[in-house]
Every structure is written in structure tokens, then in C-alpha cells.
Design a protein around this ligand. Structure first.
Ligand code: SF4
Ligand code: SF4
Length: 282
């Protein structure tokens, strides 16, 4: 379970495969279980939503896989686990949504033992904080993990969805230590891409991989070349992902052919890096 370079080897050998959990998939137990199952199955990359709670769930799945593989090895099984890259997807043209917990502390029964306060891993729930004379959820600290919601015996805690710009969220996401980023862009969004890349670039040295996903469009080859100029001198592995059609919900006939055709077009552009054909599995 220590072969940190296995994902890069897979890229070189052309047998790289990744699990795409989905940029808006935020079911935390499912993300953890899928990460665990696909890691044990030898996936090279786990691609999750750019949400700190989702990233934490995937990291928990990776940790369990690591200890299971280590146990198997100690018992003499010839199991050689993988260490997939943990990747997040960011979109240069949409504002991602995040949830935050909230409740009105004045409505809590005075004799409640406050299990919410103890369970919060981010110390975001406080009562009569001396420093700020505040009770409730400190919004800036809450990362929406949801642990406090079922533990409240009086169902007092709910969540609200907040929009944030990708540029604003990038530092929060990058500081979790993810290995890889996939940026979704479109022809003509150079300024938006540049803004997002500027927000990510302080962490560029920590990244083992950058993937850029762009659907086909007029002037696509020139657009991808302009993107490449922007990210130079990025030193780690680079993937151009070809989604023949948008990935969300489109599983109709012909999507594979569209992806392959786009892959051929990107290959013909001879951009530095790898080309990955992205497909749904029905
Ligand atoms: S959702 Fe998670 S981080 Fe936010 S207050 Fe509840 S337990 Fe804390
Ligand atoms: S557990 Fe529920 S009722 Fe009790 S203090 Fe927390 S939010 Fe209030």
C-alpha cells in the first residue's frame, strides 16, 4: 500500500482509471464507501466534489483501505494495494454550493446536555463563548459535515446552502491536502480560468496532477493551447479530459463516440500531457 507512484505509472502505461463520484455528489457515507471499494479495487484516482466535508469522507475511506491492506499483508496475503490520487473538481464558470449547519440556541431546552457541541469536529458549535459572547454555529468554522444534525435529540439543527465562487473556495479546498485538481472549462472562458488558476497556483507545487476538462467547440484547440500557456511552468502530470458531451445525466447512445472523436482531436493538437477519454459506465 505504499506505491505512491502507481497512479503515474498507470498513466504512462495507458491503463489509468479513476472513480468519478461527481462534482455535486455529497452523500458522505457513500463517498467514503465508494472510495474504500475502488481503492481496494486498484483505482488510480478518486475524483470528488470540492467540498471539505466530502474530501474528509474520501480521506476516511482511503485511510480504512490503507489499514485493511496493511492487515492483509501482515497475514501473509499477497495483496499490493494502491494509493490513488485524491482529486477535486472545480468549475471556472459556476458557483459551487456548500451547506452550513444552523440552529437558534435560545430555543434549546436548558437541560440539554449539548451533544452537538461535543460531536462537532471543527469546534464550530459554541455556547456562551467568552471571547465573542456568542452561542450557536460559528458559520466560518462549519464545513457542513452533518454530524451534529442526527445527534440533536430535539431536531433543532438544520442546514442552509450557500454559494461561493470557485476562486474563493479554492484555498479552503487546496489546504485539505488534495493531490490533484480537475478544472472544468469551456472555449472562451480564458479570463475565468485564469482567475481560478491564480487562486490554485499557491498550491501548484503540492499537486501531483492537473486535469483540464473542456467540451468541443469552435476554436477549441487554440483555447487549450492558451490554457497551457497560462499554467506553464506547471511541473506535474497534466491530463486533457475529453467529455464528448456533458457528464451530468447524459447517458444516451453516441456519447462514447463523441468522447473518442474529441480525444482524437485533442491528440492531434499535440499538447503536452495525457489525453483521457471520459465515459459513463452503465
Ligand atoms: S455540520 Fe459538522 S462542522 Fe458544521 S456545526 Fe455541525 S458538526 Fe460542526
Ligand atoms: S443538541 Fe440540539 S437541543 Fe441540544 S444544545 Fe445542541 S442544538 Fe440545542
Amino acid at each position: 500500500m505504499t506505491d505512491l507512484f502507481a497512479p503515474l505509472q498507470s498513466l504512462k502505461q495507458g491503463n489509468w482509471f479513476k472513480l468519478i463520484c461527481g462534482a455535486s455528489f455529497q452523500h458522505l457515507p457513500a463517498v467514503r464507501s465508494l472510495t474504500l471499494a475502488y481503492t481496494l479495487a486498484g483505482a488510480d484516482c478518486i475524483d470528488v466534489a470540492a467540498d471539505p466535508a466530502v474530501i474528509a469522507a474520501a480521506q476516511a475511506g482511503l485511510q480504512i483501505a490503507k489499514s485493511l491492506a496493511s492487515d492483509a499483508q501482515k497475514r501473509g496475503f499477497e495483496y499490493k494495494g494502491n494509493s490513488p490520487f485524491l482529486m477535486v473538481s472545480l468549475n471556472d464558470g459556476e458557483d459551487p454550493h456548500f451547506r452550513k449547519a444552523e440552529f437558534a440556541p435560545t430555543k434549546c431546552p436548558t437541560d440539554c446536555p449539548r451533544p452537538c457541541e461535543r460531536i462537532c469536529p471543527a469546534q464550530a458549535i459554541v455556547f456562551n463563548s467568552i471571547k465573542e459572547d456568542f452561542s450557536g454555529v460559528i458559520s466560518e468554522k462549519c464545513y457542513g459535515c452533518g454530524r451534529c444534525i442526527p445527534i440533536c435529540p430535539h431536531n433543532r439543527i438544520s442546514t442552509s446552502s450557500y454559494a461561493s465562487t470557485s476562486g474563493a473556495i479554492a484555498p479552503l479546498v487546496m489546504s485539505t491536502g488534495v493531490d490533484a485538481v480537475e478544472i472544468h472549462t469551456k472555449v472562451g472562458r480564458l479570463a475565468e480560468f485564469e482567475k481560478l488558476w491564480q487562486a490554485i497556483s499557491p498550491w501548484a507545487d503540492q499537486l501531483k496532477l492537473l486535469a483540464i476538462s473542456c467540451p468541443d467547440g469552435e476554436g477549441m484547440t487554440d483555447y487549450l493551447k492558451a490554457l497551457h500557456k497560462l499554467i506553464v511552468p506547471f511541473k506535474s502530470a497534466l491530463i486533457w479530459q475529453t467529455d464528448g458531451r456533458p457528464m451530468s445525466g447524459d447517458i444516451g447512445d453516441g456519447t462514447t463516440i463523441a468522447s473518442v472523436k474529441l480525444g482524437q482531436k485533442v491528440l492531434a493538437a499535440k499538447l503536452p500531457g495525457y489525453v483521457q477519454v471520459s465515459r459513463w459506465h452503465k
